[in-house]
Design a binder for this molecule. Structure first.
Ligand code: MG
Length: 229
């Protein structure tokens, strides 16, 4: 972390950042996305999965690709992928809650999913009260991370000085944009081989200030550094 700075705003991705990918929650959503694509295009599983990943790579989210290329109704898509998710895979995380509450400053959730999904996740984790707000994909007019205009809209909405903000995300390319708009960045690592994004030292390294496989531990360890006035 750049130690000469002090911070007053903390911006957190939701899925696979505020809870571990090992919880198997996001894998349900991922499977629902494949199922949506399968039904929409009448494709076999492998073909649907390949198209889903291609749109994720090319457009930031599968949804944005479906909207741009096929005029898919985003609300139908979001309802479909989030309505049949078992949130009981997540449990209250008292330790994370304490670590978040120990940090002074504004805490915001910044997600490519919907507010509706975010509320259910935060409620299950017992950390909803830790955040001042959630900037979701609907508020972003469906232009997902890593689109720069969405970061700029978030900064304006919450009146954030990016030089005093830290962003946490498990997708490296989302932190490239965060760094480009001036934020400090922390990559959340996980070992889920099923996920389509990889850390590439050359492409991402210069934009990532720190990384951790344990957000709670990181927040506790860095409490003094990031909270100094
Ligand atoms: Mg994520």
């Amino acid at each position: 972390m750049p130690q000469s700075r002090s911070y007053d705003t903390y911006i957190f991705d939701l899925d696979n950042t505020l809870y571990a990918s090992a919880s198997r929650l996001f894998s349900q959503i991922d499977a629902n996305m494949t199922s949506f694509v399968q039904k929409h295009f009448d494709l076999p599983f492998e073909g649907a999965q390949a198209l889903q990943k291609k749109y994720f790579e090319d457009h930031g989210t599968t949804l944005y690709g479906l909207m741009k290329k096929h005029d898919v109704n985003p609300h139908h898509f979001l309802d479909y992928i989030h309505d049949h998710v078992d949130y009981t895979w997540l449990n209250p995380h008292e330790d994370l809650k304490a670590a978040l509450n120990a940090i002074e400053g504004t805490k915001i959730v910044f997600t490519n999913a919907s507010n509706h999904h975010a509320s259910r996740v935060l409620d299950r984790l017992g950390i909803a009260s830790c955040f001042s707000g959630c900037f979701d994909i609907i508020e972003a007019d469906f232009a997902p991370k890593p689109h720069r205009e969405t970061y700029e809209k978030l900064l304006a909405t919450f009146d954030v000085d990016p030089k005093r903000a830290v962003m946490f995300d498990d997708i490296p390319k989302n932190l490239v944009t965060a760094s480009q708009v001036g934020m400090a960045t922390v990559l959340i690592l996980h070992d889920d081989e099923g996920l389509p994004y990889r850390y590439d030292e050359n492409a991402h390294g210069p934009f990532i200030d720190d990384q951790t496989d344990d957000l709670t531990h990181w927040l506790k360890q860095h409490h003094q550094i990031i909270s100094q006035p």
